[in-house]
Design a protein around this ligand. Structure first.
Ligand SMILES: [Zn+2]
Length: 123
């Protein structure tokens, strides 16, 4: 006997289903290892662990390896570097003096002071 395998046809209009709720584009969120605030990727700067066990700045975000993010704010860099949140995020034992100086110099030269400080608002 033949049951006739009639394929259930997709009802017209069902293939293009509308997204429910306010869900715009997917924006990858990253977390700053110093202040733990999340932000869209572009406002955070990526750092990557090199095969040599050092930390390198990865402005393009394309280097391979374990990465961590810091806000584009000098204070997050200083905090991340000096309080070891960065090395911990990258599963390192620590930074060499040279590496630390290099990162702080990068922060000093390339990272903006940042807009209004969020945690310490002068009144
Ligand atoms: Zn931060």
């Amino acid at each position: 006997m033949s049951t006739g395998t009639a394929k259930p046809q997709p009802a017209p209009g069902q293939q293009r289903r509308k997204a429910k709720g306010p869900r715009p584009k997917h924006v990858p969120q990253r977390t700053c290892v110093a202040c733990r605030s999340t932000d869209a990727k572009r406002t955070l700067i990526r750092l990557v662990r090199t095969p040599e066990g050092a930390v390198a700045v990865d402005p393009t975000g394309k280097r391979s390896g374990r990465g961590a993010y810091l806000c584009a704010r000098v204070r997050c860099w200083e905090r991340g570097i000096n309080e070891k949140t960065l090395v911990r995020a990258l599963r390192l034992d620590g930074l060499t003096e040279e590496n630390r100086a290099e990162l702080l110099r990068y922060a000093d030269e390339r990272v903006p002071e940042g807009p209004e400080d969020e945690d310490e608002v002068p009144s």
